[in-house]
Design a protein around this ligand. Structure first.
Ligand code: UDX
Length: 442
């Protein structure tokens, strides 16, 4: 049993802290956002993450898990301090490290015993050394004995708890063997492969992993666009590819592309690091461009289906979060589609099972609906942007009767196009052969 402090109560920090507590450690979770900490103390989750509330409750009750805004209190008996604050994109796509800096300085100010500092935030390669420098500078003559370990996270929103408890691998980077081994013991109960390397390599593993997953998605989206011209079905292409063990089937679902708080930020940051150090990230640039094009292609398809213009058309949008099972709308493809539609004068009405609170301030022009059927009411077209389970088997006869014109844009390939055409819809998927011909009545 160890004493751990986790700093930064976003989905990474909160899940990390909670799961370490569930493994039997004493964990002090810190955030400088008082309202977030007050909510957590009352058992109110600041984010929607399936299963989180129950694990928090269990560990608070067991007196293993504590929440505070006070650094001295959080660090008092800590053997480990995990940094898990955000590293949002700066103006040129670089990772903004202001929050990491603030935490490093606060630790330096408040700590009064040797400690292992573990960086879980996704930071540009070489930041580990930078954090150590900040701490040394801040301490000055009052040197602190500490080690720094890079421990990147691979948690997916919506499955973060199971991803933490069942990792494919744990990556630890440090030049100090003893420090790395002490962090490795925290992960021992998970019985996962533990890869030990240096700081920079550990930081690069994180970026390269996310960039590769984003590349797979952009690759299959490019193949989907070619399939539409050549009359092939990208869903079966992905199945055929995925049966090859060297390829695998995951992250080959063509659609609206990727969003969220990680892929966009991490791919941009990696490309920025490359440019800064004199290499041209042509593949990463293409991966980002293809991703943005997917949103534009969906809007183009709608414009074509609605007679060449979107002005004054009512477009229903199903799903606002960047993916199902989260309320996170950061860089959500749906929001980009909505902005493109509004720029062309369309009126948008939308619904999401979890993200409605988050979008209210982001989308003042959008009519926020209470359910998918209200979204369909009077709509000239209905777009599926996030594949929530509740959108998968709607009462389409009822949808048909509610819409002004029965046009469906299934940008996540979730619906049965042929069955929907039987009802009388004009149906568009992504990469499902020649979309215009598919809708021609025989
Ligand atoms: C990702 C990484 O998976 C995780 O390891 C890392 O720690 C954080 O970033 P996350 O952003 O939560 O996790 O979502 P993920 O499930 O990876 O999906 C990312 C985006 O890709 C989503 O917008 C999703 O809709 C999209 N996606 C994913 C596709 O468009 N097609 C796919 O086949 C898979």
């Amino acid at each position: 049993m160890s004493n751990i402090c986790v700093i930064g109560m976003g989905y990474v920090g909160l899940v990390t802290g909670v799961c370490f507590a569930d493994l039997g450690n004493t964990v002090n979770c810190l955030d400088i956002d008082h309202s977030r900490i007050e909510k957590l103390k009352k058992g109110v989750m600041p984010i929607y993450e399936p299963g989180l509330e129950e694990v928090v409750e269990r560990n608070v009750k067991a007196k293993r898990l504590f929440f505070t805004t006070n650094y001295a209190q959080a660090l008092k008996d800590a053997e480990f301090a995990f940094i898990a604050v955000g590293t949002p994109s700066g103006v040129n796509g670089e990772a903004d490290l202001q929050y990491v800096r603030d935490v490093a300085e606060s630790i330096a100010e408040e700590i009064n015993h040797p400690i292992t500092i573990v960086n879980k935030s996704t930071v540009p390669v070489g930041t580990g050394d930078w954090v150590a420098d900040i701490i040394r500078k801040k301490r000055g003559k009052n040197a602190l004995r500490f080690h720094l370990v890079s421990n990147p996270e691979f948690l997916r929103e919506g499955t973060a708890i199971s991803d933490f408890m069942n990792p494919d691998r744990v990556v630890l980077g440090s030049l100090n063997r003893e420090a790395v081994e002490s962090v490795a013991t925290l992960y021992q109960p998970l019985r996962a492969p533990i890869l030990i390397t240096d700081l920079r390599t550990a930081e690069m593993i994180k970026y390269a992993s996310n960039a590769f997953l984003a590349t797979r998605v952009s690759f299959i989206n490019e193949i989907a666009n070619i399939c539409e011209e050549l009359g092939a079905d990208v869903r079966e292409v992905a199945d055929g590819m995925g049966l090859d063990k060297r390829i695998g089937r995951t992250f080959l679902d063509a659609g609206l592309g990727w969003g969220g708080s990680c892929f966009p930020k991490d791919v941009k940051a990696l490309a920025h690091m490359a440019i800064l150090h004199g290499t041209h990230p042509q593949l990463l640039q293409a991966v980002m461009e293809i991703n943005h094009n997917q949103r534009r292609r969906v809007v183009m398809r709608l414009r074509q289906a609605l007679g060449g213009k979107l002005v004054d058309k009512v477009i229903g949008v199903l799903g606002l979060s960047f993916k199902p099972n989260t309320d996170d709308i950061r860089e959500a493809p749906a929001l980009e589609v909505i902005h493109l539609l509004e720029n062309e004068g369309a009126e948008v009405q939308a619904y999401d099972p979890q993200a409605m609170e988050n979008v209210a301030k982001e989308l003042p022009e959008v009519k926020l609906c209470k359910n998918p059927y209200q979204v369909a009411e009077g709509a000239d077209a209905l777009v599926l942007t996030t594949e929530w389970n509740e959108f998968k088997q709607l009462d389409f006869k009822r949808i048909y009767s509610l819409m002004r014109t029965p046009i469906l844009m299934d940008s996540r390939n979730q619906w049965d196009g042929n069955a929907l055409r039987e009802i009388g819809f004009t149906y568009f998927g992504i990469g499902q052969g020649n979309q215009v011909n598919n809708n021609k009545r025989d």
